[in-house]
Design a protein around this ligand. Structure first.
Ligand code: DGJ
Length: 739
C-alpha cells in the first residue's frame, strides 16, 4: 500500500512485514525517513504521520560546517554534498535564468531536485524490462515522484514499485531533458538507499572463473566499499547483490537483514558509504567508470531496477524473499505443461570439441536410458569450430561434424523421448571465421591501437545495429529450421579496449543488444528455454533472469567445491535456476575423486544435469544414475519450488546441511554432505524448519525406503538422527513426507 499525507507531504510504503517512508521537506527535497520491519501488531492504519520528523530531515553541523549527511532519496552531485552520489549531470546549456546571449563559461554540474508532484499507478515498468511475461503479471502499485531541477527543466522521476508479499521495493529513475540543450549524465545509480546507523556488516560474494560466488562477510569501514564490474557482462569477481545487517545481530534465521539486487547485466556498481557521521547509504546502478549517457532535448532514459527489501528472519529470510520474488516476478513463465526444470545431459566435459553424429547418438541413447529429459549439444557443432580458435560467428551447422545437418540427431533425440538443446555464443567472433573476414571492423577495438584476444576471440560491437541484426537473423534462422527447445547462451570473455561506434555508451548498448536479441528470439519461438552461461557464472543477475530460465553457476563441477559455490549462489538466487551437473571423477579441473553419492547429493540441490562420459560407465553405474535421477524427479518440485533453509554451513559445521520445504509443510527435502570431520568434535543433528509441528513425517531415501519417522515437532527440535558421527564423503538426501 502506498499512502500520501498531503498535510505533512509524507509518503508511507507499507509492505507485508516492512515499511519505507520519506517526506518532502520545506524546500521541496525528498528526504528519507526510515525503512525496516513493521512493529509487531501494526496494521494498515499505522503510518508515520510526518508531524514529528523535523530532526530526521535536518542537516547535522560540525565545526560550523554542514557535513550534509541529509538523506535525500536520490543523492545528487551539487549543493554542499561531498559524499558519494547516485546522479551526476553535466548541463551543456545556460540555466533558464541566464540570458542566452551571456557566454557559458563552463558546463554546470550542480543538480538540485525539487518536488513537482507525484502519481500512484499500477502499470509502471523499470527500464530494460523483458517483453516476456513472468509467472505473475498482475499490476503492482508504483509510486512516481516527479522531481525537477527548475534551472534546467531536467525532470527526474523517482519510481518505487511494491511487491508487498515479498517485502520487495523496486527502485528506478527516469530522466527527461525538457530543456533546449544536451545533458550529459556522468554518474547514474538506479536509486540511493539509506540504512540505520550501525548496520555495518556486509555479506556479498567474490570469486573468479571456477570459484564463483564465494561468500564474504565483512565490517563496513568509514569510507566507501565498492562492489562492481567494469564489463559488458555481470562478472565472475562479484555479483550485484548484497545483504546488510548489524554485526552479531543477524544469523541464518534471526535478525533484521537488508537486501538488494540489480536487474542489470553489465558495467554495474554498488557503492556503500559510511560517512564520518556514521550515516550509511548505498548507490546501485551503472558503473561510472568510462560511463556517459547523453540526453538531447526531449530525450529520456529509464534505468533498470535496484530491487531491495528487508527481512526480520535473518539471511535465510532475505534469501527466501529474493528467491520467491525471482520465481514469481522475474523468471519468464514457460509456455509448456510443466514449469519444472528438466533433467539435462550435456557432453562438454565428456567430449569437449570431439563431436560426431555417432558419438552424440550413443550418448543420447544412454542419457535417455537413465532418465534424461533434455539433450544439449555443446560447443563445436558449427562453422570451422573444431577447437576454441575458429568459427565463432558462423552459426551454421558444420558438415564436418554433422554431414546430414542436425535433423537426424534431433530426430533421434526426439524418438528417445528427449528435447534437444544447442550451445551458442552470439556476442563473440573468432578472427578465424567467415563473419570476421567479411566484417573485420565489427569488433570492439580502438582503431590503430593493439587489441587483446582472449580464448582467441573478440567481442562484437553491439553498438552497431547491423551487428545485432545479423546475429538475430542467424539465430532466428537456426531456431526456425530446427526443433530446438533450449539454447545454452555462453559468453566467454571480458571486454577490453572497448572502442565502439557508440562511444562510451557501448557498456549499456551491449546489454541492451543482448536483451533485445533474447527478447525477440523468445517472441518468435515462444517455447524456447535459455540458459545463461558466461564461462561459468559470469552472467547471473535479475536482468538476464527476466529472459532466461536457468543459469550455469560455474564450470567447476567438483562436488565439494560446488557446495561453497552453490551456497554463495543461494544467498540471492533460487535453486530452480541453478543448473548443477554430475560429472566424471577425477573431476576435470580439480582432479578430485568424490563418491557418486556426493556428486548426486550436491547436484540434486539445484536443477539436476548430467555431464559424465556415459559410454564409459558400466551397467551397474548407469543403474545408479537412473536410480538417482528417478529419485530427483520425485523431489524436484520441492527443490525447485520450495523454500530454502541453510541449516548448517560447511565452514562452521564441517557439513553442509540444507532443507527445501513446501510452504504448505506437506513435504521437504533434507540434504547433508560431510566435508570435514575433526576427531574429538561432535556434530549435533540440525533441527528442520517450517514443518507442521503436530504432523507425522516419514523420511524416505532414494530407494524408497523409510529411514526415519517422527513428528514435525521432533524434527524441528532434534533434527534427523544418524548423521552425527559420519565421516568425510558421507552424504544423503531424504524426502520428508507428511503422512
Ligand atoms: C564455457 C562454458 O561454461 C562451458 O560449459 C562450455 O560450454 C564451454 N564454454 C564451451 O566453449
Amino acid at each position: 500500500m502506498i499512502h500520501f499525507n498531503p498535510q505533512t507531504q509524507t509518503f508511507n510504503l507499507v509492505l507485508q512485514q516492512s515499511h519505507y517512508a520519506f517526506q518532502i521537506d520545506d524546500e521541496g527535497r525528498a528526504v528519507h525517513l526510515g525503512w525496516g520491519p513493521r512493529p509487531a501488531g501494526a496494521d494498515d492504519a499505522d503510518l508515520i504521520t510526518g508531524t514529528n520528523t523535523a530532526a530526521n530531515l535536518h542537516f547535522k553541523t560540525q565545526g560550523g560546517f554542514k557535513q550534509n549527511p541529509r538523506r535525500d532519496e536520490l543523492l545528487t552531485f551539487g549543493d554542499s554534498n561531498q559524499h558519494e552520489v547516485s546522479l551526476k549531470v553535466n548541463f551543456q546549456g545556460p540555466p533558464l535564468s541566464v540570458e542566452k546571449r551571456e557566454p557559458m563559461v563552463q558546463p554546470i554540474r550542480d543538480v538540485r531536485l525539487r518536488y513537482a508532484g507525484h502519481k500512484i499507478t499500477g502499470d509502471a515498468q523499470p527500464g530494460l524490462s523483458p517483453t516476456i511475461p513472468p509467472r505473475r503479471w498482475d499490476p503492482r502499485q508504483t509510486l512516481l515522484v516527479f522531481m525537477e531541477d527548475h534551472a534546467y527543466q531536467f525532470l527526474v522521476t523517482l519510481c518505487y514499485r511494491l511487491t508487498p508479499e515479498h517485502d520487495v521495493i523496486e527502485r528506478w529513475c527516469e530522466f527527461k531533458n525538457q530543456g533546449e540543450s544536451e545533458i550529459v549524465i556522468e554518474m547514474c545509480s538506479f536509486g540511493s538507499l539509506h540504512f540505520p546507523t550501525g548496520t555495518t556488516e556486509l555479506t556479498s560474494v567474490a570469486g573468479v572463473w571456477c570459484r564463483e560466488f564465494m561468500t564474504q562477510r565483512e565490517q563496513l569501514p568509514i569510507g566507501t566499499r565498492v562492489l562492481e564490474t567494469r564489463g559488458i557482462n555481470t562478472g565472475h569477481t562479484t555479483n550485484p547483490f548484497f545483504l546488510i545487517n548489524r554485526p552479531h545481530q543477524a544469523w541464518e534465521e534471526t535478525g533484521t537483514v537488508y537486501f538488494g539486487q540489480l536487474a542489470y547485466s553489465g558495467n554495474w556498481r554498488i557503492a556503500i558509504e559510511q560517512t564520518p557521521t556514521f550515516d550509511i547509504r548505498l548507490h546501485g546502478g551503472y558503473n561510472p567508470f568510462d560511463f556517459e549517457l547523453k540526453l538531447s532535448p526531449d530525450e529520456h532514459h529509464r534505468t533498470p531496477a535496484l530491487v531491495c527489501g528487508v527481512a526480520s528472519d535473518g539471511w535465510g529470510g532475505a534469501s527466501r524473499r529474493m528467491h520467491a520474488f525471482t520465481r514469481d516476478r522475474i523468471l519468464p513463465h514457460p509456455q509448456r505443461d510443466t514449469h519444472l526444470r528438466p533433467v539435462l545431459y550435456n557432453s562438454w566435459e565428456a567430449t569437449r570439441f570431439d563431436l560426431s553424429f555417432e558419438g552424440q547418438v550413443e550418448l543420447a541413447r544412454k542419457a535417455a536410458d537413465i532418465g534424461v529429459e533434455l539433450f544439449c549439444v555443446d560447443d563445436g557443432w558449427f562453422g570451422g569450430r573444431r577447437e576454441a580458435d575458429a568459427g565463432l560467428g558462423d552459426w551454421v551447422v558444420s558438415p564436418d561434424v554433422f554431414p546430414d545437418g542436425l535433423e537426424p540427431l534431433i530426430a533421434e533425440v526426439h524418438s528417445l523421448g528427449m528435447k534437444f538443446g544447442l550451445w551458442v555464443e552470439p556476442e563473440m567472433v573468432n578472427p578465424d571465421s567467415d563473419l570476421y573476414r567479411r566484417h573485420p571492423d565489427w569488433v570492439l577495438h580502438f582503431p590503430g591501437r593493439p587489441r587483446t584476444e582472449a580464448r582467441n576471440q573478440l567481442v562484437l560491437d553491439f553498438g552497431r545495429r547491423e551487428v545485432v541484426a545479423t546475429i538475430f537473423a542467424a539465430l532466428d534462422k537456426l531456431l526456425s529450421q530446427y526443433d530446438i527447445a533450449f539454447l545454452k547462451w555462453d559468453m566467454n570473455r571480458y571486454a577490453t579496449e572497448p572502442g565502439s561506434v557508440a562511444g562510451k555508451e557501448i557498456w549499456l548498448k551491449h546489454v541492451e543488444g543482448v536483451y533485445d536479441l533474447i527478447d525477440r528470439l523468445r517472441r518468435n519461438h515462444p517455447t524456447l528455454d535459455i540458459q545463461s552461461c558466461s564461462g561459468g557464472g559470469g552472467r547471473v543477475d535479475l536482468g538476464i533472469l527476466g529472459r532466461t530460465d536457468q543459469v550455469w553457476p560455474s564450470d567447476n563441477t567438483d562436488a565439494f567445491d560446488r557446495i561453497d559455490i552453490q551456497e554463495g549462489f543461494s544467498l540471492a538466487y533460487p535453486a530452480r535456476i541453478m543448473e548443477a551437473w554430475v560429472t566424471d571423477v577425477p573431476q576435470h579441473y580439480t582432479r578430485r575423486m568424490s563418491p557418486l553419492s556426493t556428486r548426486f547429493d550436491v547436484a540434486m540441490r539445484g536443477a539436476l544435469g548430467i555431464g559424465s562420459t556415459l559410454n564409459k560407465l558400466d551397467d551397474d553405474e548407469l543403474a545408479e544414475y537412473a536410480n538417482y535421477i528417478a529419485f530427483y524427479k520425485r523431489i524436484r518440485h520441492i527443490v525447485q519450488e520450495g523454500q530454502l533453509y541453510r541449516l548448517a554451513r560447511m565452514e562452521e559445521f564441517g557439513a553442509s546441511v540444507v532443507q527445501y520445504g513446501l510452504a504448505d509443510q506437506s513435504e521437504a527435502v533434507y540434504s547433508i554432505v560431510v566435508g570435514r570431520n575433526l576427531y574429538g568434535s561432535y556434530r549435533p543433528a540440525r533441527p528442520l524448519k517450517n514443518l507442521n509441528s503436530k504432523g507425522v513425517y516419514r523420511l524416505v531415501d532414494r530407494h524408497g525406503q523409510e529411514v526415519h519417522r517422527a513428528s514435525g515437532y521432533e524434527l524441528m527440535t532434534l533434527g534427523v538422527p544418524g548423521d552425527a558421527k559420519q565421516n568425510v564423503g558421507y552424504s544423503r538426501t531424504l524426502h520428508v513426507q507428511q503422512i
